[in-house]
Design a protein around this ligand. Structure first.
Ligand code: GLN
Ligand code: ZN
Length: 759
């Protein structure tokens, strides 16, 4: 019978217990030993839960107090010099200093950089290395967690991040290539393997997701060197784990490495099944990532069973493992906690616990269990009901999508003509000032929202609080002399949730938390059905705000790509199709705003860049539909309507053509931290439309000096035409306080006015 396992489990806990334990420890309310005790009990609970759900073996060292890449750096002693003193005194405090910075009387340490883990919404800490770096094995964490699991009676498999992926995810402070450190890293890393092997572990899982990327010759060679050296040195059985995509051109390499087992992603890349079977040498264990570790849907036995059959035909059952495609870190823990979902949705979902249970059924069915086979027949019915449900397939939405023509993605005229019409309509000064949308979400506001959601504040009272906030934002902007106003978004908790809650086809879980980084979690909405907009979503707020001022009020929408990217997306339609449906719903909102007299509409797309596929070969297809979705949303508006977009934390070199093809009249971007470096892609491309490079870093409570903002604006003026330049902060202000925002924006307006004088 195939062996059932999984590559990793969510750490945060069903009720975010780890989050609470971390945050109270950081506040000084609980001791390190309290925190470590909570962490240990979560590990025990999760192994137990996985075993009860049907796993034959469990991974260990997949747990982390903050981040597994940070753990991997610590495990080879890659601790940058600035943390060393603190580390000698208090290793746990130094660990958190690397993760989130540390300030006290003695130390002022900034954190490591953070970035996205492949194309997920999980963020890892970027190891900071330098040429000549020394490494040393610190196997204590992995060994201790292994012992815990063994003592609890589990067949346990320590997980290590593979050295090649580790280096590719790292950066060096001196600009040298991280792979240049391989010779220095390898002995320390092999010592880690030895320390685990000395514990008597049967298997060690080595994660090398980089094998699903485009690799150059040097990197492929690095793989060979690492795994040859490992085989020469150690007899430990290695499960080489690849995930997040197909091996494609790296399949021959992966299959030829001298390891005992290979894990492949057969959810995202089910098409590689036969190629993998053909390439796999005799005697190798194959771990088949059959169910999707990154999505929340109950798997379809009609799709999975034939794959399982092909596997059992070719791989002897003592060498076949089945598992989710990747670590379950990216899904919530237990779908059975969700009792308030619409219709039958809760039956359609599969979170970490259910996924392991599904694999148990598949394994038992493969071994001939009639009971398991029957359960899969029932599962088949559930999936079939889902795919045919009238809440999933809405004929009106389908008909509308079928009727899409290229016309839908067109504005009436080109940018130059629109700009002239808009200049006449709005009569804005040169270097117009605006903000990105949200104003401070004060404690009063958040308290009122919580009370409203708990049923303790009635709708009228809540509405009064929100209207007061809108009035305050409008009055403030008028006093500050800002040219294009916003209503401030007090009614929005989250830029995706606010729209998702008003759209059909979206659902929200109660406990569906997924770790974003450290103690921060997100609860992604679930797009389960065709998306439709039953009623206008923002028109009342924008109209109310416009009624308070004679200056132009900018309507504020979250764009279709971001609405998709930050959700769990149904797996029965291509993402491009789902995105088009959202675009059509948002398009109706744009037209309603236009009809209500809102002359400027901003469609935020901060997630456009992060949707880029892992392989370059797939970029164009993605960018084509992403740009099309934006253009559908903005399409059909009058030339006099000014369409803005906004993108933060983006790097534009790879996507500048696509950004230009979106053809927004104005784009605002985040440039203050990079001191306008990010503008370079726009200037090289000779980007023609309006552009507002942020001059105020809103990620810090610091109020920027006017001279700093003036300097940034001057830099922008050196490379852009004054006619195309706008003046705005980097992003929305909702995490800031009114006092600092007041000072910063007043300063920003003064800077813009002074620059106008000099034009
Ligand atoms: N309009 C949103 C805001 O101001 C944009 C947020 C974002 O780009 N992340 O909050
Ligand atoms: Zn932003």
């Amino acid at each position: 019978m195939p062996h059932v396992t999984y590559l990793g489990f969510p750490r945060i806990g069903r009720r975010r217990e780890l989050k609470r334990a971390l945050e109270s420890h950081w506040k000084g309310e609980t001791s390190a030993s309290d925190l470590l005790a909570t962490a240990a009990s979560l590990r025990q609970r999760h192994w137990q839960l996985a075993r009860e759900a049907g796993a034959d073996s469990v991974p260990v060292n997949d747990f982390s107090l903050y981040d597994h890449v940070l753990d991997a750096a610590v495990a080879v002693d890659a601790i940058p010099a600035r943390y060393r003193d603190l580390h000698d005194r208090a290793p746990l405090a130094a660990y958190f200093a690397m993760a989130r910075g540390h300030q006290d009387g003695t130390f002022d340490l900034r954190a490591l950089e953070m970035t996205k883990w492949f194309d997920t919404n999980y963020h890892y800490l970027v190891p900071e290395l330098h040429a000549g770096q020394l490494f040393r094995a610190r196997p204590e964490k992995a060994v201790a967690e292994y012992r815990e699991a063994v003592a609890a009676g589990h067949a346990a498999r320590p997980v290590l991040l593979g050295p090649v992926t580790f280096l590719l995810l790292s950066k060096t402070v001196d600009g040298s290539h991280p792979l240049g450190l391989l010779d220095a890293l390898l002995p320390a890393w092999l010592d880690l393997v030895d320390a685990l092997a000395a514990e008597g572990t049967a298997w060690i899982q080595v994660d090398e997701p980089a094998l699903a990327l485009d690799l150059d010759v040097g990197t492929r060679d690095a793989f060979r060197r690492v795994y040859d050296a490992l085989a020469a040195r150690s007899s430990a059985k290695i499960l080489l784990a690849t995930y997040f995509g197909a091996l494609d051109g790296n399949l021959g390499l992966a299959a030829s490495l001298p390891v005992a087992g290979l894990h492949v992603d057969l959810a995202r890349a089910s098409a590689q099944l036969h190629a993998v079977l053909d390439a796999l040498p005799d005697g190798r264990v194959l771990s088949a990532g059959l169910v999707d570790g990154r999505n929340v849907w109950l798997s379809d036995p009609e799709a999975i069973l034939p794959r399982l059959e092909a596997l059992t035909e070719r791989v002897p059952s003592d060498r076949l493992w089945i598992a989710p495609s990747c670590s379950l870190l990216h899904v919530p823990i237990d779908a059975s906690d969700e009792k308030q979902l619409p219709g039958e949705l809760n039956q359609w979902l599969s979170f970490a616990r259910q996924k392991i249970g599904e694999l148990r059924l598949y394994a038992d069915a493969a071994a001939g269990s009639a009971e398991a086979a029957n359960a899969l027949v029932r599962q088949n019915d559930i999936v079939a009901r889902r795919l045919a449900s009238p809440e999933v397939v809405r004929s009106a939405v389908r008909a509308r999508a079928r009727g899409l023509t290229p016309q839908f993605s067109q504005r009436r005229s080109g940018y130059a003509h629109r700009a002239a019409v808009q200049r006449d309509r709005f009569g804005l000064p040169p270097l117009p000032t605006t903000t990105i949308g949200s104003f401070p979400q004060t404690l009063e506001l958040r308290t009122a929202r919580a009370a409203f959601r708990a049923g303790k504040l009635d709708e009228i009272a809540y509405d009064t609080v929100l209207r007061d906030e809108v009035r305050r934002a409008v009055r403030f902007q008028e006093d500050a002399g800002i040219d294009v106003l916003v209503h401030g978004e007090p009614e929005r908790n989250d830029m995706v949730e606010y729209f998702g809650e008003q759209l059909e086809g979206y659902a929200f879980t109660k406990y569906g938390w997924v770790q974003s980084y450290g103690s921060r979690c997100v609860k992604p909405p679930i797009i389960y059905g065709d998306v439709a907009r039953p009623a206008a979503m923002t028109v009342a707020w924008s109209s109310y705000a416009q009624s308070l001022t004679t200056k132009p009020m900018k309507g504020m929408l979250t764009g279709p790509v971001t609405m998709l990217q930050w959700s769990f997306v149904r797996d029965d339609l291509p993402r491009a199709d789902v995105c088009r449906q959202i675009a059509l719903a948002l398009r109706d909102e744009v037209h309603d705003l236009e009809r209500a007299g809102i002359g400027i509409v901003q469609i935020d797309e901060p997630a456009l860049r992060e949707g880029l596929p892992l392989r370059r070969a797939d970029w164009d297809a993605y960018l084509d539909w992403a740009v099309e979705a934006f253009r559908i949303t903005a399409g059909g508006t009058s030339d006099a309507t000014q369409v803005h977009t906004h993108m933060c934390y983006s790097e534009f070199n790879d996507i500048i053509e696509a950004v230009a093809a979106m053809d927004a009249d104005v784009i605002s971007i985040e440039t203050s931290r990079s001191r306008m470096e990010l503008l370079e892609a726009f200037t090289r491309f000779q980007y023609p439309n309006g552009i507002g490079p942020g001059v105020y870093d809103i990620h810090s409570p610091r109020v920027p000096a006017q001279a700093e903002m003036a300097d940034l604006l001057a830099r922008a003026l050196q490379v852009l035409a004054p006619e195309q330049l706008w003046v705005n902060p980097d992003c929305g202000l909702k995490t800031r306080g009114w006092k600092e925002v007041g000072e910063a924006l007043t300063g920003m307006v003064a800077v813009a006015r002074a620059a106008r004088e000099r034009l």
